[in-house]
Design a protein around this ligand. Structure first.
Ligand code: PLP
Length: 395
């Protein structure tokens, strides 16, 4: 009889978004005249920018004629897009070969698939609170997970010490859910650690485009030595509103070698076995983001979310509430006032002012007592939510 992957039985149910949906639905049923201000969503609200829409239309037209039609695309990405992404890195001072960039259909897919490169016996370190996919993908793979708690005392940016003992290290900077960003010195410590113990860092840079402080690293490859210990996984979902269009990219340097195996070459082999590439149309749309026009347009959209963040931060500052994130990230991670638990604060905001956020406890135990606001909502809703928050908590 077939034995299924029994590791699935070890997955913990994630009640987070289910509970939020249940609680908000129950509230609306009881209070049909009320509307909610949703500051919990991780999805974007602005549409694709004009440069992308134009490129998508043109690519659709290409597919209508035998002369310009594209069938299967190269598994690791279209050369025009790999080059555009490598140039984007070069502009940031990071020198990559075009074929070190792999085009994917999103960071979530890659965060799971990339684990094919590692033996089951390798230990995966996840800094918590964390984006839930890191833990679940490793549970499915049957891998041992080291949960490294972070907190207010280290600004949710823990560093390796003599007790750290990991093979795969997840770093997410700017972080979801905390919005915290590693500075160069901190990130260098992780790079040095990984090189010393021959671990591999999986650097999730999904929110790099939200960094505004010039001294903070957008890419781990800005750090000395990262080419021999890191893989970077990125996404256009939040950078350019591609959550429903789907495109991401992964950078694997050719110098990343473990036990004589070149991880770049292994990934080429993996992709050519397991995918037939991302659609031509979507890759054309994505390439438009890396043109000067596209960059200008996506920055305008990001600015809208940044103004949402500024509005919420101003309110929290005026209330004297501790938080991190917001400045260089689209998430604000705050300490629940008056010692409330994450879910108590959730209920309080829902019942009193109809504002919905995300309880920190849902991102790992050490998120208890904290709360996440997303800045991806509309400016109108964000401003109203901030006003309601200020009125409620000033009392
Ligand atoms: N990584 C982080 C930290 C995220 O927050 C998200 C989405 O919210 C992803 C990856 C997934 O991105 P994608 O839409 O490209 O799958």
């Amino acid at each position: 009889m077939l034995t299924p992957n029994m590791n699935y039985a070890n997955l913990k149910d994630s009640y987070l978004f289910y509970n939020i949906a249940q609680k908000t639905a129950a509230y609306l049923e009881k209070n049909p005249d009320k509307r909610l201000y949703r500051m919990g969503i991780g999805d974007v609200s602005l549409p694709l920018c004009d440069a992308v829409i134009k490129a998508l239309h043109e690519a659709v037209e290409d597919q209508a004629s035998a002369k310009t039609f594209h069938g299967y695309m190269p598994e690791c990405g279209a050369p025009f897009l790999r080059e555009a992404i490598a140039n984007y890195y070069r502009e940031k001072g990071v020198c990559l070969k075009n074929d070190e960039v792999f085009v994917s259909s999103g960071a979530s897919d890659e965060l799971g698939d990339i684990l094919d490169l590692f033996d089951k016996s390798s230990d995966a370190l996840v800094i918590e609170p964390a984006y839930p996919a890191y833990v679940d993908a490793n549970v499915i793979a049957g891998r041992n997970i080291i949960h490294l708690a972070s907190g207010e005392e280290n600004g949710f940016l823990p560093l390796p010490d003599q007790n750290t003992n990991a093979d795969i290290i997840y770093l997410c900077s700017p972080n979801n859910p905390t919005g915290a960003v590693f500075n160069r010195e901190q990130l260098q410590q992780w790079v040095d650690y990984a090189n010393r113990v021959q671990a591999v860092i999986l650097f999730d840079a999904a929110y790099e485009a939200f960094i505004e402080q010039p001294d903070l690293p957008h890419s781990i490859f800005e750090l000395e030595g990262a080419r021999t210990c890191a893989i970077e996984i990125c996404s256009l979902s939040k950078t350019a509103g591609f959550t429903g269009t789907r495109l991401g990219y992964t950078v694997i340097p050719k110098q990343l070698v473990r036990k004589g195996m070149c991880l770049h070459d292994m990934w080429v082999r993996n992709r050519t076995t397991k995918t037939n590439g991302v659609s031509y149309i979507i890759q054309k749309g994505a390439a438009a983001i890396f043109t000067p026009e596209g960059q200008q347009q996506i920055k305008k959209n990001i600015q809208v979310y940044k103004e949402n963040a500024a509005c919420l931060m101003k309110t929290l500052d005026s209330l004297g509430i501790w938080y991190c994130g917001g400045k260089n990230a689209p998430y604000i991670w705050l300490k629940c006032p008056n010692g409330m638990s994450s879910w108590e604060f959730f209920d309080y905001l829902l019942q009193e002012v109809q504002v919905v956020g995300t309880p920190g406890e849902g991102f790992g135990k050490c998120g208890e007592g904290f709360f996440r606001f997303s800045t991806f909502g509309s400016p109108e809703d964000t401003q109203e939510a901030a006003r309601r928050l200020a009125d409620l908590l000033k009392k």
